[in-house]
Design a protein around this ligand. Structure first.
Ligand code: F6R
Length: 614
């Protein structure tokens, strides 16, 4: 949610900043802007809409030389996505430029105070208030770093701020509270950004910042303090993914590439987690075995696709560990006064590690003394940092807004945690655990097989471009798969899509079915006796009412054939593994449908990748 870059070094800052914004555009694309420190003061340019609009505007002007600059790509919160509300925002005299990610909750009170003191604010944003305050601190004699500390002490809410001023031409000052900010450590140059993708082509060395910290970067130095100016330290880390991972690599869209990367992402997430003796090893698990044996309840908190991964995981966790498991939307969790104590394990699933709803739910859980375990794809992000234990998925950077490889690896990570708990608590024998890990290890090949067989699914999407409603049905672990299929279609193709537990259909939703309504059905593996039989009944019920059925079923599941208008054959895998193969055709269908409709697959309207507001 909003991408921020700051640079100081020997290169042309405009290029570095614009390249960084291009890599961060997935975080928001309502507007984009830059501010550069030049010999003549600040140069700023900003435009509503995608970064390409800013590119066009910049092509029309002569940009003065600069080696210090900041940039912003916006997901609008306060104020419409217009040129006027685009960042950077300037102080009253135009002596500081500021970009911001987050929400300043006390901005109305601060704005009134500023206006009473004669400040005229031009935009509807909360950010401009911070820019005026910052400049006022500088005017009162503070240097830019002290001024930033002073402003942060006045602000409430969530913010990452990055500022430059021609009065301090060789520095960029940034601050964070509850919103992401990392420092890139270069040779004779340094960077700040919302995410390492912004500077990965320049350096792989980075610094993770803590809560309520201010960082000042110059070409050769990085200084971290708290909001009172006391020295503080960031935590250095190495970025181990390659620049190619953040490039499209010949694909038209990141999403297409990320769908294809799923076999590798799953294999990497499993890598090295089973010892030679068959013992499951989760090195990142910092909770003691005694802690794990004491757990009497698990609550999974997550949003969107990550929530669907949690819904899948519940089946495995309860089946393998016999610990009751609830799955809750992060945004609902803390408002219902959940019953948690020191023997509750809360598992927070978040690809970005920055989702504010999940972060706030996690803090609530920790406040109640629950043990918190994070599953995340982003090293150095806030949710893992604030958790008692972490299991990283190794999906590599996920840049398309619609989550794909993160989903599958989140399921795998949850399964590893469930197996670990089963091992420690003795609810499964070692050979049983090894057998399940063996099944997981076969999934990359199964996903590769699915990916190779999806041309008919693409064909179907091309043919169904005009559909206005698509339904998805599943049972057991197929139910969250149905929810995920519907979510993908909504967010990418902007089509009304709903996922249902197939058994619920007759309790209401079946009224939606009309002649020709497309209904995707995820059929449980054929060995599942009654579950399989019930699903066949559900298919018959919708078909009897005119539905066009697209049936995802095991290869060789002959019993579904008479009821399938289209059959998508899946490799035969155990029931709990089925979501890992059955989701893939639904991702491809949604992606293709969006392309047919001419949508930007990587940047669907109104969305942003990392949702850092509540
Ligand atoms: C959907 C999607 C979102 C995210 C959700 C949580 O394709 O990507 O629903 O899954 O915003 O994001 P993370 O996992 O970063 O917490």
């Amino acid at each position: 949610m909003c991408g921020i870059v700051g640079y100081v070094g020997g290169q042309a800052s405009l290029e570095v900043v614009i390249d960084g914004l291009r890599r961060l555009e997935y975080r928001g694309y309502d507007s984009a802007g830059v501010a550069l420190v030049t010999n003549d003061g600040l140069f700023t340019e900003k435009r509503a809409g995608k970064l390409s609009n800013l590119d066009v505007a910049l092509a029309d002007v002569e940009t003065p030389p600069s080696t210090t600059g900041i940039g912003h790509t916006r997901w609008a919160t306060h104020g419409a996505p217009t040129d006027r509300n685009a960042h950077p925002h300037l102080g009253r005299q135009g002596r500081v430029a500021l970009v911001h990610n987050g929400i300043i909750e006390n901005f109305a009170a601060l704005r009134s105070k500023l206006e009473a003191a004669g400040h005229e604010l031009e935009s509807d944003t909360d950010t401009e208030v911070a820019a005026h305050l910052l400049e006022a601190e500088v005017a009162a004699g503070a240097d830019l770093t002290e001024a930033m500390q002073g402003v942060c002490r006045q602000l409430e809410g969530a913010f990452t701020l990055v500022a430059v001023s021609p009065d301090a031409p060789d520095r960029v000052v940034a601050a964070r509270r509850n919103s992401p900010l990392v420092v890139g450590l270069g040779e004779g140059e340094n960077f700040v950004a919302s995410d390492v993708a912004a500077f990965i082509e320049h350096t792989r060395e980075a610094l993770e910042l803590g809560q309520d910290q201010v960082v000042t970067i110059t070409r050769d130095e990085v200084e971290v303090t708290d909001f009172r100016g006391n020295p503080a330290e960031g935590k250095p880390f190495h970025i181990d993914w390659d620049i190619a991972a953040a490039e499209k690599g010949g694909y038209d869209y990141f999403m297409l590439k990320e769908i294809d990367e799923q076999p590798r992402a799953i294999a990497d997430t499993l890598l090295g987690r089973l010892s030679e003796t068959g013992q499951l090893q989760l090195d990142e698990m910092r909770l003691s075995d005694d802690d794990l044996r004491a757990i009497d309840k698990i609550i999974i908190i997550a949003c969107g696709t990550a929530f669907h991964a949690g819904l899948v995981a519940k089946y495995a966790i309860e089946h393998w560990t016999r610990i009751p498991c609830e799955v809750e939307l992060s945004s609902e969790f803390r408002y219902r006064d959940p019953i948690i104590d020191r023997d509750t394990m809360v598992i927070a699933i978040s690809q970005s590690g920055e989702t504010m709803d999940t972060l706030m739910a996690l803090r609530h859980a920790r406040g109640q003394r629950a043990k918190v375990l994070a599953i995340s794809n982003s090293n150095g992000s806030t949710i893992p940092r604030e958790s008692d234990a972490v299991l990283y998925t190794r999906a590599g950077p996920e840049i398309a807004v619609a989550s794909t490889k993160a989903f599958l690896t989140q399921i795998v990570a949850c399964y590893l945690i469930a197996l670990y708990l089963a091992q420690v608590r003795g609810t499964k024998y070692g050979d049983e655990i090894a057998e399940i890990v063996g099944q997981l290890e076969e999934i990359p090949a199964a996903v590769t097989e699915v990916l190779a067989s999806l041309e008919p699914v693409r064909e179907l999407a091309r043919e169904m471009g005009a559909a206005r409603l698509v339904l998805f049905l599943g049972r057991h672990v197929g139910y969250p798969v149905a929810l995920e299929g519907a979510l993908k279609l909504k967010e990418l193709a902007y089509i009304h899509a709903e996922g249902f537990a197939a058994g619920e259909l007759k309790h209401g939703p079946i009224a939606l079915v009309e002649q020709g309504t497309p209904v995707f059905v995820v059929v449980p593996p054929k060995g599942r006796g009654p579950l399989h039989d019930k699903m066949i009944s559900s298919i018959q019920e919708v078909r009897a009412r005119g539905a066009r059925t697209i049936v995802l079923a095991d290869q060789g599941d002959d019993r579904v054939l008479p009821y399938a208008d289209q059959l998508v054959a899946l490799p035969t895998v155990p029931t709990l593994m089925q979501p890992l193969v059955a989701t893939v055709p639904l991702q491809v269908f949604a992606c293709e449908m969006a392309m047919v409709k001419g949508h930007d697959v990587d940047q669907p309207r109104n969305l942003a990748k990392s949702v850092t507001v509540e």
